[in-house]
Design a protein around this ligand. Structure first.
Ligand code: HEM
Length: 212
């Protein structure tokens, strides 16, 4: 029985890896079937953008789920989920830089500076780079747990930035970005609540320290 459980445990990671590639496979299949709608560039861009946000939220859900239900095994998959958020943001940026801007660097720079939602999206991409680069065990050891953890708190800012980016780009129907925003607020709010319960006063002190 124990042996069986071990075997299942080893299967979960590769299975999750394959499942995480399904959105990409769906996109490729739609492309091959000429099923990307009237504006294929927009479809690809929106599709990949949605998956960046979904992977970010799933990654951010690991800690609350562990704390609420004791599902500590989830920790084994958090790094991979976070790296998939990075993978999809690379595709998202690539689709923008290639299909929307034809890889003209001057135009990309101008656009990043001019359109606020692109500025925010780009800042999020930049913030995710050091997180992906320090995701190996060797880098965790090199940085030390405390510094590594402090750096990886950037992911909260990326989450907020992702929502702001989405809210800023939609023109009328705010429902979807608001739903994602509510999920993010619950995931981040849980952390504050948990911290306040564990160390009474810590949140108030942190808030006071954050003031100028
Ligand atoms: C963490 C980083 C990012 C996240 C979470 C994110 C997320 C999203 C989401 C959710 C959408 C809307 C999808 C929909 O309408 O269903 C979107 C659209 C878009 N994003 Fe991003 N994005 C990020 C970074 C970037 C970057 C780096 C760029 C380019 C520099 C970018 C450019 C765009 C563009 C051009 C659109 C489409 C706008 C339109 O349809 O008019 N995003 N993104």
């Amino acid at each position: 029985m124990h042996y069986q459980n071990q075997k299942i445990r080893w299967l979960i990671k590769p299975a999750l890896f394959v499942i995480s590639l399904v959105p990409l496979a769906v996109l490729i299949q739609k492309g091959l079937n000429n099923d990307l709608g009237a504006n294929p560039v927009e479809t690809i861009n929106r599709f990949t953008g949605d998956w960046v946000l979904r992977f970010l939220l799933v990654t951010l859900a690991v800690t609350p789920l562990r704390r609420l239900f004791g599902w500590n095994a989830l920790l084994r998959y958090r790094r991979m989920l976070g790296l998939f958020a990075f993978f999809y943001v690379c595709l998202h940026f690539l689709s923008y830089a290639w299909l929307d801007q034809y890889f003209v660097l001057a135009d990309i720079i101008k656009d990043v500076a001019k359109r606020p939602y692109i500025t925010v999206g780009f800042a999020c991409l930049l913030m995710l780079i050091p997180l992906a680069a320090t995701s190996t065990n060797a880098m965790i050891r090199r940085l030390g747990a405390r510094r590594w953890q402090a750096l990886h708190r950037l992911v909260y800012l990326v989450g907020v930035g992702g929502i702001v980016h989405y809210l800023w780009l939609v023109k009328s129907d705010l429902r979807e970005p608001l739903i994602y925003g509510a999920i993010l607020a619950a995931l981040l709010g849980f952390r504050l609540w948990h911290r306040a319960r564990r160390e009474p006063g810590a949140v108030a002190v942190a808030a006071r320290q954050a003031l100028p």
